[in-house]
Ligand binder design. Structure first.
Ligand SMILES: [Mg+2]
Ligand SMILES: [Zn+2]
Length: 204
C-alpha cells in the first residue's frame, strides 16, 4: 500500500454522493470524510485522477456541457478544501455503443496513463461498482477498493461479501473481488494516510 502514490477514483457514489444521472452542479456533494485525508495525501505527494462512466451523455439525459459544469463544480469544491485533481477522464457513451472506454474496459486508463505518464503498479483504483473493480484489475492496479457508499452495498452482495466489521477490511479472494472492502472512501484513505505517515516518519 505504501508504494502507491496514484489514486484513481470513480466519481459517483465514491467521491461524491450518487445522484441518478447527475446534471445539476448544485447537487454535487462530497461524500463526508473524504476531504481531510485527500488533502493530507496531496501533501504527502500523492496525486488524484478520476475515471468515470457518464453514459447519461450517450443516453441523451444530459449534455457534454452540463457534464463540464458538474465537473467544474466538483473541482471548485475540492479546491476549497485544498485538494487539486491532477486529471479526469470520462466515457460519454451508452453501453450499447460498444466503446473501448466504458469501465471495465481499459480506455479511460489508457487515456490518463498516456497523458500523465502513470503506472498501474503504483496505483489504487477505488469505486462503488463491480465494473470499477474489474477495471482496476484489468489494468493491473496494485490494489482495488470497493466502497460501501453509492451502489457499493449491491456490489458487495453480488460478490457474496458481508458488511465489514472494521472500517477497512481485506477481502477474501474470489473472482472480481477487490483487495479491500471499505465503509467509505474516507475510511480507506485515512488508513492509507496512517501507513504513509509511518513510512515518512521512518525516512526523515
Ligand atoms: Mg460509481
Ligand atoms: Zn466510452
Amino acid at each position: 500500500m505504501t508504494g502507491i502514490d496514484t489514486i484513481l477514483l470513480d466519481r459517483d457514489g465514491t467521491l461524491i454522493e450518487e445522484r441518478h444521472y447527475l446534471r445539476d452542479p448544485d447537487l454535487v456533494t462530497l461524500i463526508p470524510g473524504v476531504a481531510a485525508p485527500l488533502r493530507r495525501l496531496g501533501e504527502l505527494g500523492c496525486s488524484f485522477y478520476l475515471a468515470s462512466n457518464q453514459s447519461g451523455i450517450g443516453r441523451g439525459l444530459f449534455s457534454a456541457d452540463e457534464y463540464r459544469r458538474v465537473h467544474a463544480r466538483l473541482e471548485e469544491l475540492l479546491l476549497a478544501e485544498g485538494i487539486r485533481l491532477a486529471g479526469a477522464a470520462h466515457c460519454p457513451h451508452a453501453p450499447e455503443d460498444g466503446c473501448q472506454c466504458r469501465k471495465p474496459r481499459p480506455g479511460l486508463w489508457q487515456e490518463l496513463a498516456g497523458t500523465f505518464g502513470l503506472s498501474a503498479s503504483n496505483t489504487v483504483m477505488i469505486g462503488d461498482k463491480v465494473a470499477d473493480i474489474r477495471f482496476g484489475q484489468a489494468i493491473g492496479c496494485a490494489e482495488t477498493v470497493l466502497v460501501l457508499t453509492g451502489h457499493g452495498p449491491e456490489a458487495a452482495r453480488s460478490l457474496g461479501l458481508e458488511a465489514p466489521g472494521a472500517p477497512v477490511q481485506r477481502c477474501p479472494p474470489g473472482p472480481d473481488r477487490p483487495t479491500w472492502l471499505a465503509r467509505d472512501l474516507g475510511s480507506y484513505l485515512s488508513q492509507f494516510v496512517q501507513k504513509k505517515e509511518h513510512v515518512h516518519a521512518h525516512r526523515v
